[in-house]
Design a protein. Structure first.
Length: 210
């Protein structure tokens, strides 16, 4: 079963102006929420809305129970679990920042909706891609192919898209045809593995929600 997502973006603070010597200064913040529905079992997810505190306790304060978060460390996984009795994530301090990603294990036997609330990041956004294997995601709530979400055209990169209950589809950048092959679609709220067979690089985007 594929992960289903729904995003509603709302303009929250618009056209706040201040007098300056030579120009007016305007600010525009776009806030909203993303609903990520995860089936029973393992799914890769991402939080693509920024808050002042991207901890699990802040992002998912109500759990729910029966859910575990697996964050890849490069050597294994740090597992976070919601304690339904104390209503806290254990161990404390786990984060899920825009650009990161994690596995969710849904042990309830039924699909669950996880809701992320925050601000759409804009401007020049940099997501570091280290050598080796790591979990990454788009820093903004946008779906599409690797090229459409701005992943670097780098022949050293391989993208591992996880399909719940099926396994991985591996997509690589073809430097001759200048395409990712096979072409895969990454959904809003979805994370994936990146294997970087070269030196550390960066995934840079200049993003505007307008």
């Amino acid at each position: 079963m594929k992960m289903k997502t729904k995003i509603l973006t709302m303009l929250a603070v618009a056209a706040g102006s201040a007098a300056a010597i030579c120009a007016d200064i305007y600010s525009l913040n776009v806030v909203g929420y993303v609903n990520v529905t995860v089936p029973a079992g393992l799914t890769m997810i991402a939080n693509q809305l920024n808050t002042t505190n991207n901890t699990l306790a802040s992002l998912l304060p109500a759990g729910p129970s029966g859910v575990q978060i697996y964050k890849y460390t490069g050597a294994g996984y740090q597992i976070y679990e919601f304690d339904e009795f104390d209503q806290v994530w254990y161990p404390s301090g786990g984060t899920l920042n825009p650009g990161e990603g994690a596995f969710v294990r849904n042990n309830t036997g039924s699909p669950l909706a996880l809701t992320f609330v925050g601000e759409v990041m804009q401007g020049l956004l940099t997501n570091n891609i280290n050598s080796g294997l790591q979990i990454r995601s788009s820093m903004v709530p946008q779906s599409g192919t690797p090229s459409q979400i701005g992943l670097p055209s780098n022949e050293n990169l391989q993208l591992y898209k996880y399909v719940s209950g099926v396994g991985y589809t591996i997509s690589s950048f073809d430097p001759f045809d200048q395409v990712w092959s096979p072409e895969v679609n990454i959904g809003v709220g979805e994370a994936f593995f990146i294997r970087n067979n070269g030196s550390a690089t960066q995934w840079v985007r200049n993003f505007s929600a307008n």
